[in-house]
Design a protein around this ligand. Structure first.
Ligand SMILES: Cc1cc2nc3c(=O)[nH]c(=O)nc-3n(C[C@H](O)[C@H](O)[C@H](O)COP(=O)(O)OP(=O)(O)OC[C@H]3O[C@@H](n4cnc5c(N)ncnc54)[C@H](O)[C@@H]3O)c2cc1C
Length: 471
């Protein structure tokens, strides 16, 4: 098979040595399973050729961007051929008049933003992993980010896709005009987590940079106060660019790790971006300050120059890395649950109580404007007792979220890690319908099997972290 793959992409772009296979066996969850081979194609035609070879050898295909998935999405749980998109990294064209950019999937979010900024535009989805995650991965996961509150998530900005399907068939879905007749198949593909085909080109809508933007760091005595202020901001029809919430353990963590300078004694902080026309920002800031004061804000720091704004964001952006560095093992389990915004304070309380019950330390950060909470739990993958407690706590966090009318994922996708929990959200009919949709694109479950939608006969796996090879 390696020889057949080399005939398609060139011997230099096929990796089959033990070290390479280990390097492509995991993503940001730390879940691991080695692929049979890794290929780095340089064109859509080469992707099509690789798909044909994998099919001929009866092996699955697993698309992979930067491997930052937090749901095991890029882990080849059934082995197979990993198609890494790092060589598909061209910005193909940009059209300011049509507010549109065409990119290959391996372009990183940061590179695209850096390309667009001097031209006066930006791409709306800004996952916290934006420095490394790829546009292909963003599309496959329908990525969100701090600024999706105002601008929407990836799917709202995908105009068209080129995709390699089973048999190496190349299709064009959607296109550069705002409306495209027929079914919105590019919409179906967006968020399909690599289970329907390999995206080889993406046409994205881009937005003009806001005329004015101002960042606020507001400290509150408690998470309750901060979260209640968020609910009131939404009810008052404010539409901030971002509203992020961090609890006290997270504040202390990022202060120690990167000198964020967040108020150490605060029970919680909000990082808020207001943006739009200059007058609009001034008016919104006034309303926001009044709301924060009503909810006992103890301090408000603000900035409107990019350097100071970035300084106020520093702690929030550093949260995950700071946590991983502060743990004994470097392993942090990040949950991703979303509740209706008004239930955010209650969800925080329930998460912390679950942590206490299982003897686990939990820090919480939230895309609060969206009700999206990320409880982060350091763990030792070599401690079976801690893994079992982590698993139980994780399941209870999801149950608590569902009891409050929420969703088991806000933005990190289902992947492998949450596949069984899909049964908590959907009945057999809905899941059967999803499987049927998938089969239209991928009749033999060639693409990323074992992800996103559970099979009819799958059984509950028990402790999910043990379900894959962690060596
Ligand atoms: C520190 C940290 C912060 C994060 N913050 C956010 C956040 O704020 N918002 C958010 O939404 N996510 C966040 N994530 C999760 C992750 O970064 C996103 O899901 C991101 O979109 C994944 O991009 P990637 O290039 O790393 O994709 P990968 O992890 O390589 O792959 C993710 C999925 O996409 C599929 N895929 C990749 N490329 C293609 C392609 N060309 N065609 C078809 N399928 C493909 C893969 O098969 C896999 O299922 C975060 C992760 C980390 C580690």
């Amino acid at each position: 098979m390696v020889a057949a793959l080399a005939a398609v992409v060139g011997a230099n772009h096929v990796l089959a040595g033990a070290a390479s296979l280990a390097a492509y066996s995991y993503d940001a969850t730390g879940l691991k399973r080695r692929p049979h081979a890794v290929v780095l194609p340089g064109s859509a035609q080469e992707v099509a050729g690789v798909v044909q070879v994998a099919e001929a050898f009866g092996l699955p295909v697993v698309p992979r961007g930067a491997g930052t998935s937090l749901s095991g999405g890029a882990v080849p749980v059934h082995g197979g051929v990993v198609i890494a998109t790092s060589r598909l990294n061209r910005i193909v064209s940009f059209n300011a008049k049509n507010r549109m950019v065409v990119v290959e999937p391996g372009v990183t979010n940061l590179r695209l933003q850096e390309f667009l900024r001097p031209r006066g535009f930006f791409f709306a989805a800004d996952p916290s992993s934006y420095r490394v995650s790829t546009i292909g991965g963003n599309v496959a996961e329908n990525a969100g980010g701090p600024h999706c509150l105002r601008y929407g998530v990836t799917t709202h900005h995908v105009l068209g896709l080129k995709v390699v399907l089973a048999g190496g068939r190349l299709v064009n879905l959607g296109g550069p005009a705002e409306d495209w007749p027929g079914y919105d198949l590019a919409g179906v593909l967006t968020g399909s987590e690599g289970t329907m085909g390999v995206v080889t080109e993406i046409t994205l809508r881009v937005l003009p940079l806001p005329q004015s933007s101002r960042t606020f760091l507001v400290a509150f005595p408690s998470v309750d106060d901060a979260a209640s202020a968020v609910s009131d901001m939404i009810a008052a029809q404010l539409l901030p660019g971002a509203i992020e919430l961090m609890d006290q353990p997270s504040i202390r963590l990022v202060n120690a790790a990167v000198g964020a300078g967040y108020p150490e004694e605060a029970g919680a902080v909000l990082v808020v971006d207001l943006e739009g026309l200059a007058g609009e920002v001034v008016a919104q800031a006034q309303i926001m300050r009044e709301i924060c004061q009503r909810h006992h804000a103890v301090s408000v720091d603000e900035a409107d120059d990019p350097v100071r704004q970035e300084a106020l964001w520093r702690g929030r952006r550093a949260h995950y890395g700071a946590m991983a560095r502060a743990t004994r093992t470097g392993h942090v389990w990040i949950q991703d649950v979303t509740v209706p915004r008004q239930h955010l304070p209650e969800m925080f309380r329930r998460v912390l109580a679950i942590g206490e019950r299982y003897g686990l330390h939990i820090d919480c950060a939230a895309h609060a404007g969206d009700g999206n909470l990320h409880p982060s739990i350091p763990f030792d993958p070599h401690d079976p007792d801690e893994l079992a407690r982590l698993y139980q706590a994780d399941q209870e966090i999801m149950a608590a979220c569902l009891a409050l009318g929420g969703s088991i994922t806000g933005e990190h996708g289902v992947g492998f890690e949450k596949i069984e929990n899909m049964r908590l959200m959907y009945g057999p009919s809905e899941l059967a319908m999803m499987r049927e949709v998938r089969r239209v694109f991928d009749p033999h479950e060639l693409f990323n099997p074992g992800k996103a939608v559970p099979g009819p006969a799958d059984e509950k796996r028990g402790v999910w972290l043990f379900a894959v090879d962690r060596t």
